[in-house]
Design a protein around this ligand. Structure first.
Ligand code: GDP
Ligand code: MG
Length: 329
């Protein structure tokens, strides 16, 4: 599962500079220093630039450490993330933040020496202005990186929370063939709803205990319910993500065609989905309570191991369960 617990907001460049300079001021007021007046001022100013550098490096490091490493994610999430954010741009922006952290440290070291070498207050003030200018310009160069990373972070936190380590059955088939009804029949409860960042539809999740295993069922409206050529590139990418997640596909057909799609079209979609998913496919000929014998025979033609069932009347659900058990072995 994806964890964004340690990924805090990415602020704007101005906000980071404000935080750092505010902290430096606070710090300077509290510092108790001794020595001549010049030594006291020098000490204070050294403290101030050290605080600015420390606060900025801390915040930049938090971004670097908190942002999920895309290439270390579970393959499902890796593909899913690619649906919603530009992974190359994430890498580039994190690279920018890393550069910024190193620049801040280097500028601090340079000015630390200059401050120590200063012999009067005017020299010190000139260095101070130069330091603030250099630091501000580094942080401001990262303006668009911060903005991009914050937007990406927000998008990533909206990704559905799906278990990637449990046996997972993806339910497919044209609209109105009975997928949602079957999901309920198999899992015995109202499904969990997970938002789907790239469609207006929602993903339905259900769980079923089987022996010592816990199976996850996913209904993905909008993805595996129509022909491939009707899907846009993002939806195709989302299907790629599903390939990593699915251990089996439950393909539901409606032999009565009351769903509004001919059995030929439904079988065609089934072949397309089987090819795309590359995992065992369990075929369910649903609505057996409604289908005529001719409809069932036509639907069953050239199909091996199709399970005849009624999701609505919960008939033959146990046959579907044992077919899933076999497929998951
Ligand atoms: N007679 C009958 N109707 C069913 C069966 N399964 C689903 N339906 C009906 O078909 C319609 C579409 O079902 P739904 O589960 O929403 O389909 P989905 O769009 O594939 O999720 C609903 O009116 C269901 O009540 C079944 O086994 N028999
Ligand atoms: Mg449905």
């Amino acid at each position: 599962m994806m964890n964004f617990g340690n990924l805090g907001h990415v602020e704007t460049a101005d906000e980071y500079l404000d935080i750092a300079f505010r902290q430096a001021k606070l710090h300077a007021k509290e510092a108790k220093v001794v020595g001549t007046q010049f030594q006291r001022i020098q000490r204070r100013e050294l403290d101030a630039i050290a605080t600015v550098a420390r606060v900025l490096t801390k915040h930049l490091t938090l971004i670097l450490e908190g942002f999920p490493k895309l290439d270390q994610l579970d393959p499902f999430y890796r593909e899913l993330v690619r649906c919603v954010v530009d992974a190359a741009q994430v890498k580039q922006s994190l690279g920018g933040v890393n550069w910024g952290a190193h620049r801040v440290e280097a500028i601090f070291r340079e000015f630390n020496d200059k401050f120590r070498g200063s012999r009067d207050e005017n020299a010190l003030l000139a260095h101070k202005r130069a330091f603030f200018g250099r630091i501000s310009s580094v942080i401001k160069k990262l303006k668009s990186d911060f903005a991009f990373l914050e937007e990406a972070r927000r998008t990533l936190t909206e990704l559905p929370s799906i278990k990637t380590s449990v046996p997972t059955v993806v339910i497919a088939g044209f609209p109105n063939v009975g997928k949602s009804t079957l999901l309920r029949a198999l899992t015995g409860s109202a499904p969990e709803i997970a938002p789907y960042p790239f469609t207006t539809k929602q993903m339905m999740l259900g769980y079923r205990n089987h022996g010592k295993e816990r199976w996850q069922f996913i209904d993905t409206p909008g993805l595996l319910d129509r022909p491939l050529h009707e899907r846009n590139p993002i939806e195709k990418q989302a299907i790629l993500a599903l390939q990593h997640l699915a251990d089996a596909v439950l393909f539901v057909l409606d032999p009565t065609e009351s769903c509004g799609y001919s059995i030929q079209d439904q079988k065609h979609l089934m072949k397309e989905v089987s090819r795309a998913m590359d995992v065992p496919v369990i075929i369910v000929l649903n609505k057996s309570d409604l289908a005529s014998r001719e409809q069932m025979e036509l639907a069953a033609q050239n199909m091996q191991n199709a399970v005849i069932a009624s999701a609505e009347e919960e008939k033959n659900i146990d046959h579907i369960v044992s077919a899933i058990g076999k497929a998951l072995k």
